[in-house]
Structures are given as C-alpha cells and as structure tokens.
Design a protein around this ligand. Structure first.
Ligand code: ADP
Length: 542
C-alpha cells in the first residue's frame, strides 16, 4: 500500500461512525438521546444563562449526531433541538411559541448553521465511502499486480532454464566438433544433437511469439478445405522421433473416408502435434497413445488419449490457461513453459471449435478432445492446396535451383555466410552484402535472380533497399524475399507494399526456402546449367 492509500485508510477509520451507531434505529435513538442530553445540560445552566443562548447546546447535539449517526438522524436532531429549545428554554416556558425577534433570529441562525453542518458531514461521509471503495479496489489491484509480478518472475526463471537446456548440449556438441578427430558415427550423432536442440529452441521462440500474437489479438488463420487425417499424419511426422525414443505404442483410428474441415493446415498441425507431444512427454516410457478421428454430423471429433501420469481433477479447469502446469515437479523434469495448451485453445477458438480435457486423476491417463465444425460438401474434390502441391510436383519434376543467382543481404555476417554456403551446396551462385548501400552497389553488376533481404538493416532498412532495387530498371526483375525475425500480417503487408514478393521468418528452413524459390514465378526460367553461371564467388562483402 502506498502513502496516499495509508493516509486515506486512516482518515476513513477516523470518520467511520462508532459501532453502536451502525444500524438505523440506534442512529435515530442517538439523535433523541443527544437532544435530551443537550436539554438536560441547558437546564443545569439555567441559573447562569437564564433565557440567553437558547440553542447553544443543541448545536452540539446536531453536530454530534451528524458525525456519528448520519444525515437523517442529524435532521431529526435539528428539529428536536428547535422544539426542545422552544419548549424548555425560550419564554414563555412549556409552549412552542417563539415570539421575541432575538429568539427568532437565534432560531434562524441555529437552523442555517445546523443545516450547513449536516451538509458538510454528509459530504464527508460520501467522500469516506468513496475512499473506502477506492481503497478496496487499490488493494485488489495491488494483490493482482504482486501475483502477476510473481508469475512473471517465475516465468522468466523457467524461460531461462528452458533456453539453457538446449544450449548446453549445443555448446558441448560444438566443443566436440572443434576437436576434429571424431569418427563418422560420432559426427552424425553430434550433428543430430545440434539439430534436435536447435529445433527445441525454435519451438520455444515460436511459442513465445504465438503467445505475444494472441495476447495482442493478432493471431490469424488462413482457412482452406483440408482433410484432418492428413493433419494428424503431418503432426505425427514432427513427433515421430520422440515417440520412438520413448518406445510408446501408437494407434491411429480414423474412418476410411477423408474428414474434411475448413481450417488452417499449419495451425491445426501445430494443435495436434502439441497434444501429441504432451501425451508423449507425460506418459512413462513404453506407454500407449491413441488418436481417434470421427465425424458426427456437423462436427468432427479428434481425441488424443494416453495412459500416462494423468491430471488432478482440480487442475483440469485451468489447464488451458497461460503458464498452467498441472504437475510442476513432473514438468520440471520434462521441461515446458505452460504455453502449449493456451496456444492450442486460441487456435481452436479461431476455428470455431472447442478443446476439452478429461482425466480420472493422477496415474489414470488423459484424454484431450478437439471438436471442429465439419466442412460442408464433404464429397468434393480435395482442397486446393494439396492439389496445387501435387500439380507442381508433376509439372516440373526436373526443376532445380542450380545456377540461380542469389544475393543475401543481412547485417549478421554469420547468418548471411552460412545461408550462402548452404545455397552454394545446391549449386546456387551467391553473393553476400551486410548493409543496404553495398547491396545496392553490387545489385546491377550481379543481377540476382533472387534477393534474400533482411529487414532490420543498419542505416537503410530492408524496405528501402527493396524499393530502390525495384526502382532500378533491370531486364529481369529479381524475386525479393524478405527474411526477418518478425512475423505477422502487418509486416507481410509492409513488405509487399515495398515491392517484395514473399516473407519468411527467421530462422529459415533451407528446404522451405529452396521450394519457395522454385515456386516463385520467373525463377524456374532462370535455371541454367552450373557451368553457365558467372564465376562470382560466394564471397561476403568486405
Ligand atoms: P507445458 O509446456 O508445461 O507442457 P502445456 O500448456 O502444453 O505446457 O501443458 C500445460 C500442463 O498440462 C503441463 O504442464 C502438464 O502438467 C499438463 N498436461 C498437458 N498434457 C498432458 C497430458 N497428456 N498428460 C498429463 N498432463 C498433461
């Protein structure tokens, strides 16, 4: 609680009416009692005051009642005081007549001052209530903030731990490679370790970006008509190594016919692979994992069932919240940030679907049920995306990137050099520039077919570089692919507005990049035998 809060609190305490004045009846009783007390004291003072100062003590009774009893009782005390003064003090005694101008004047003053005092106390009471309400709100906010702060600290510690986990084996693997005298088997194993751990790092970063996207309401899907069976198969591909590693038995039960939904293939694959990798992770070695797929009228139902550690009943309602971990000790052992299911829930909601969990408790396995609306007209041709992919494959079986002239612009020299080296393996002719001006300088000499352009360049950003490249007249304009750490629709729109053709998020998967380069209109015609390529080496800018 801060300074002003504690001052408010003390003030509110001081202003709070006494306990015996809490209910209405006792407040009005207090008004009567205060008037009687004032009358009694005034009578005692009669020998000294005679008929002077008739209302003096009634001021006190009104003010006391306003303070301790509130507005209504104070008005009562004001009226009772008038009657008591007229009856007991003002002459003639025992009558309510006030004749004397001086007494009338005193009565008027008593009324005005009494009314002002009551109004002031009324205002004070209203303010006190407002203070108290505000105080409660502040206290709730402060509790929530401390809780959020604690969760953030916990999350940062967990994140650091989760990032360090893959970094340690990567460092050891690189130390091993530095020794140079390791055999072929060891070399393959070391390379696999690096790739596995790198994939894990990429997954963590992707999850963080997804969470940030949905917290900002910027997660979008690109729905198309897809077969859920193919989604399960794709998801299975990504978790296969884990599945085999853990020696789990896996069953996939699905109808013979395709199960069509209107969905985003990549995002739904992410959902299923998340559920599958959790099932694998939270099931002791040699367990049983089953995926069932059914179509029930207007709905499709996909279930991922395991016979693993299960989830306590009380943890199940909150399991899809961010950072939720049903069994922290187990999660610590297996790693995890508590983001996966929150992302799953968001993606499901974007598809107008639902996701539920059921477990009979610890040690009794878990069942996650994903329900999505079935796509209409389920007997139509397969979706356009898969058809397009197949067509491409059959139309241009021979197409390769051999001889393609690729300019890589990235201020991270290591990133640019390694990408250039990889493309050189595929017989591309590459050139590297580490900033915008040198990229533009070499652009016309090199005449690239493809420019891979980082967006965050020092001095002149990638958008400007792309605009200037587009402004130059070249016989054959290059395909410009933005490569950046930032994803999302807004960036995509900006890159297109700057004249770029495509956008990839770092770290770029080389096979994805190659197939993208092959699919770009204009690139296929650029292929030529490696011998025809001009001999510009894959050198970096000085
Ligand atoms: P995490 O990265 O911690 O796995 P998730 O959001 O994917 O994050 O899962 C949240 C929590 O739900 C996990 O920490 C785990 O306690 C619990 N959980 C998820 N799937 C399963 C499962 N198949 N069996 C048991 N517990 C699970």
């Amino acid at each position: 609680m801060n300074m002003s809060d504690s001052t408010c609190s003390r003030m509110a305490q001081w202003l709070r009416p006494m306990v015996f004045c809490r209910d209405q009846v006792s407040r009005y009783c207090f008004a009567v009692f205060a008037t009687m007390a004032a009358t009694f004291v005034r009578n005692q003072m009669d020998p000294v005051l005679h008929d002077r100062v008739p209302f003096g003590f009634y001021f006190l009774s009104v003010i006391l009642t306003a303070w301790l009893g509130g507005t209504g009782p104070a008005v009562t005390a004001l009226i009772l005081g008038t009657l008591a003064a007229a009856h007991f003090v003002i002459l003639p005694e025992n009558s309510l007549i006030v004749d004397e101008p001086a007494d009338k004047f005193a009565l008027a003053i008593y009324f005005v001052v009494g009314a002002v005092a009551i109004a002031l106390f009324h205002k004070l009471t209203t303010e006190r209530r407002r203070f108290e309400r505000q105080l409660r709100v502040n206290q709730e906010l402060s509790t929530k903030l401390s809780e959020a702060d604690r969760k953030k600290d916990e999350f940062m510690a967990l994140l650091a731990h989760e990032l360090r986990n893959p970094l340690a084996p990567i460092r050891s693997a690189l130390d091993l490679l530095d020794r140079g005298d390791i055999g072929e088997t060891q070399l393959t194993a070391t390379r696999r370790t690096i790739r596995r751990q790198l994939d894990q790092l990429i997954r963590i970063v992707d999850d963080l970006l997804d969470v940030s996207r949905f917290l900002r309401g910027q997660m979008r899907i690109a729905p198309e008509r897809i077969d859920l069976q193919s989604v399960v198969e794709l998801a299975l591909e990504t978790v296969k190594p884990l599945l085999q590693d853990q020696e789990h038995k896996f069953h996939f039960l699905a109808p013979h016919a395709p199960v069509w939904v209107q969905g985003d293939r990549l995002r739904l694959t992410q959902v299923v692979s998340n559920l599958l990798s959790n099932a694998i992770k939270y099931t002791p070695r040699g367990g049983r994992i089953q995926v069932t797929l059914e179509e029930e009228g207007p709905q499709t139902r996909l279930q991922v069932i395991d016979n693993g550690i299960g989830i306590p009943i009380e943890s199940q309602p909150g399991i899809f919240e961010l950072f939720a971990q049903a069994n922290p000790s187990h999660t610590r052992e297996h790693g995890g940030l508590g983001l996966g299911l929150a992302i799953v829930k968001q993606i499901t909601a974007l598809h107008d679907g639902t996701i539920d969990v059921h477990s009979d408790g610890p040690g009794r396995g878990s069942r996650f049920t994903l329900v999505l609306p079935a796509a209409l007209a389920a007997n139509e041709e397969p979706g356009p995306a898969s058809a397009a992919t197949e067509n491409r494959a059959t139309e241009r079986p021979e197409n390769t990137v051999r001889g393609l002239r690729v300019m890589i612009v990235d201020d991270n020299a290591d990133a640019a050099e390694t990408l250039a080296a990889l493309l050189t393996f595929d017989d591309c002719v590459t050139i590297v520039a580490n900033d915008g001006p040198s990229a533009l300088q070499r652009f016309e000499d090199f005449l690239p077919d493809v420019v891979l352009l980082d967006l965050g360049l020092p001095g002149m950003d990638g958008y400007e570089v792309a605009r200037r490249m587009r402004a130059r007249r070249t016989v054959k304009p290059p395909v410009i692919i933005a490569i950046s750490g930032w994803g999302g629709e807004a960036i995509k729109r900006k890159t297109i507005a700057a004249g770029m053709d495509h956008h990839l998020v770092k770290p770029v998967d080389i096979s994805e990049l190659l197939s993208l380069m092959l699919s770009m209109p204009g690139v296929e015609n650029a292929n030529r035998p490696a011998g025809d390529a001009s001999p510009i080496p894959a050198a970096s800018e000085p």
